[in-house]
Every structure is written in C-alpha cells, then in structure tokens.
Design a protein around this ligand. Structure first.
Ligand SMILES: *Cc1c(COP(=O)(O)O)cnc(C)c1O
Length: 216
C-alpha cells in the first residue's frame, strides 16, 4: 500500500482522534507524500534529525516525541509546536527558561511512565500529582496533555495501561490553573492505536503503519 492509501485508511479508522504521523528516519519526500494525503501534524524524536530535514518538509505542525536531553532544550523550544515528552521537573524548568528567553509559551504534554518501567522515561503516577503545583509557577510552559508509551506487549495486554491513563487524564482534566489545561491524551502506536482509541485516546502516534518498517 502507498503512503497516500495508508494515510487515508488510518484517518478513517481513527475517526475523531487526532493522527500524529511519526516521521523519524523517514526522508522528506515521503513525509511530504503523507502531508499531501492530508496529514497536518508530524512527530519527530530527534532534534538534530528534524533540523536537517525541516527545510524540505511542507508546512505542518511538529510535535517532539523523543526523550529530550537538557542540552537540546534550547533548540527544541525553537523548533517544535508541542513537546509531548516532558518527562521530569528538571526538563520542564529548562523548557520554561528557554521559552521565556524567546518570549514563547511552549505547549507541552507530560509523559507518564504508566508501566513503572525503570528503563523508561516519564513521570510516575505519584510523581505527576506532586509536580502539578510546581508546574503552575512555570509561566512560559502550558500543559495541554498527557502522553505515554506502555510496556512493549500485545495490544490487548496494553489495554489496562491505556485504561489507567484514561482515569489519570479524567482526574487531571479537573485541574484548573492558568497554565495547566489538559485536553489531549496521546497514546497508541501502529500496532495498538485502535485499542488506545477504544480506551479514550484523543491522539495517536503512528509511524510504521504509514511508511512501512523503519530502516535505521
Ligand atoms: C516511533 C514512535 C512512535 C510510532 O511508532 P510506530 O510503531 O512506528 O507507529 C510513536 N511514539 C513514539 C514516542 C515513538 O518514538
């Protein structure tokens, strides 16, 4: 199937959920095929890779979805509309500082380590409730959503993690602070986006189902 056909099919499948087309390792010409097929938001996971490709990519919204090292925050804040992978208070403070320096309000999602996996980045379930009041003082950051990458298991086995995320999302949506306005729940990738949507995802991040398996 062509990129164009894949994009059109997936748009139909996801219905009202927002499709983030994950373009890491994909060359600009193929990214542009996806944009011509209707994609409006792409997701990249490396600052440098996106910097090298961006001049060749058609206009679109760009979300950062990889682990953000503190030494790349400055460039990330210049480049990305949304940083979906804010995964520690340390990086949030740095994002705030760099956004303030260029007079930007940086949209972020909080990444949740929903499977409590030691090797994975993300805020723990307890941690996230602790950091909310601290984030309220970061005036150049606006929290718009939650994001997770559940443990690498089958779609059905991932379902309980998605469900946990949905209940956290429903709870945190009640937070009413100037810069915390949680509206998006970003979860589900190529193999499990339909299960994620059944469990309440408002946004899915799909790469290989659009472009085929990645070649590194
Ligand atoms: C690569 C990646 C995706 C997309 O993965 P596919 O399985 O190719 O759909 C989604 N989210 C994040 C954070 C990723 O790094």
């Amino acid at each position: 199937m062509s990129v164009d056909e894949n994009v059109k099919r997936i748009f139909e499948e996801v219905g009202d959920a927002t499709l983030i087309c994950v373009t890491k390792t994909v060359e600009p010409a193929r990214i542009n095929e996806a944009i011509r097929a209707g994609v409006t938001i792409i997701g990249e996971n490396r600052v440098q890779e996106f910097e090298e490709k961006r001049d060749k990519i058609l206009p679109c919204e760009v979300h950062f979805i990889g682990h953000l090292q503190t030494n790349k925050v400055k460039r990330a804040v210049q480049l990305f509309d949304v940083i979906q992978s804010a995964d520690s208070m340390k990086v949030l403070k740095k994002i705030n500082k760099r956004a303030r320096a260029i007079d930007k309000i940086q949209m972020v999602f909080l990444q949740v380590n929903i499977g409590n996996e030691p090797q994975k980045h993300g805020l723990g379930l307890d941690e996230i409730k602790q950091v909310i009041p601290e984030i309220a003082s970061l005036k150049n950051v606006c929290v718009k959503g939650l994001m997770c990458i559940p443990p690498y298991v089958s779609p059905e086995q991932a379902r309980p993690y998605f469900r946990k995320m949905k209940s956290l999302f429903d709870e945190l949506k009640q937070e009413n602070r100037d810069n915390i306005d949680i509206q998006e729940l970003s979860m589900g990738m190529s193999n499990d986006y339909m299960v994620a949507i059944e469990e309440g995802a408002t946004m899915v991040r799909v790469g290989s189902a659009i472009f085929g398996e990645r070649e590194y």
